[in-house]
Design a protein around this ligand. Structure first.
Ligand SMILES: Cc1cc2nc3c(=O)[nH]c(=O)nc-3n(C[C@H](O)[C@H](O)[C@H](O)COP(=O)(O)OP(=O)(O)OC[C@H]3O[C@@H](n4cnc5c(N)ncnc54)[C@H](O)[C@@H]3O)c2cc1C
Length: 219
């Protein structure tokens, strides 16, 4: 991961602790968003602060979310609520020689902003993009959303402008005095891993994206 851009786009996006792990360039941010199926959307209303997990995808310079028109989160976001959206990929548990220096490897992003409502042809197209993210080619195979389904769905997008990424990689960072301690030290890697597909129906055979999922699962 590069740290090409070390200048935060705003004061509130400045990573302070271990600031060298912070980066603000689009390449890093987009890679983190594209690797995610889920983000957490934080917002406040008269009942306090809420943080809601929801599906996400990226198109160009925007992160998209969608859901039922009845969703509190989407209703507030569509009305212009200030949002803070986070994505976290946990890449490993870092086992140091001291309890204090245990850590985690991760790629994370925090995006601040206010959503725009996506409507009309752009809305249908954004939902197709989401289906394509899940399974490339699938939007041409399945029944498209009908007028009622589209009308019942809110699609919103937020510009990935006021955003920060933070990335930790590598092994434990131990104190010199602990380096001779006789204890296992290193990284226990973790990954979101495809598993063997479970068919519910396969009348026309196995599509390429399912085959590829299967091959990745078996690799
Ligand atoms: C999987 C994981 C586990 C972590 N565990 C711990 C832990 O146990 N204890 C701990 O103190 N910290 C932990 N962190 C780091 C934590 O996310 C913060 O970076 C940390 O609390 C330092 O915040 P700060 O005071 O420097 O910044 P803050 O003042 O809290 O944040 C300032 C701004 O920096 C940006 N920012 C801060 N953190 C991140 C981030 N992780 N990703 C993207 N942008 C960010 C945001 O724009 C934020 O508004 C963990 C992170 C991850 C992803």
């Amino acid at each position: 991961m590069s740290t090409i851009d070390a200048t935060p786009p705003s004061e509130r996006t400045r990573v302070r602790r271990v600031a060298q792990r912070g980066c603000y360039d689009r390449e890093t941010l987009y890679a983190i968003v594209d690797a995610a199926y889920v983000c957490h959307v934080a917002f406040a209303d008269e009942n306090g602060v809420h943080c809601i997990p929801t599906a996400c995808w990226r198109e160009g310079d925007h992160l998209y979310i969608h859901g039922s028109n009845g969703s509190r989160m989407l209703k507030l976001a569509a009305r212009g609520a200030q949002l803070c959206i986070t994505i976290t990929h946990l890449d490993g548990l870092v086992l140091a020689r001291s309890a204090f220096h245990h850590s985690m490897n991760y790629r994370s992003a925090v995006i601040y902003g206010v959503c725009e409502i996506v409507e009309g042809a752009a809305k249908a197209s954004a939902l197709d993009t989401f289906v394509e993210k899940i399974a490339p080619g699938r939007s041409r195979e399945v029944r498209p959303g009908d007028a009622n389904e589209l009308a019942a769905t809110t699609v919103l997008r937020v510009a990935i402008d006021e955003a920060a990424a933070k990335v930790r990689t590598g092994g434990p960072k131990d104190d010199e005095a602990d380096m001779t301690r006789e204890v296992w030290a290193g990284v226990l890697p973790l990954a979101l891993q495809p598993l063997t597909p479970i068919a519910d129906a396969a009348p026309t055979g196995t599509p390429g994206y399912v085959q590829q999922w299967h091959e990745t699962a078996c690799a």
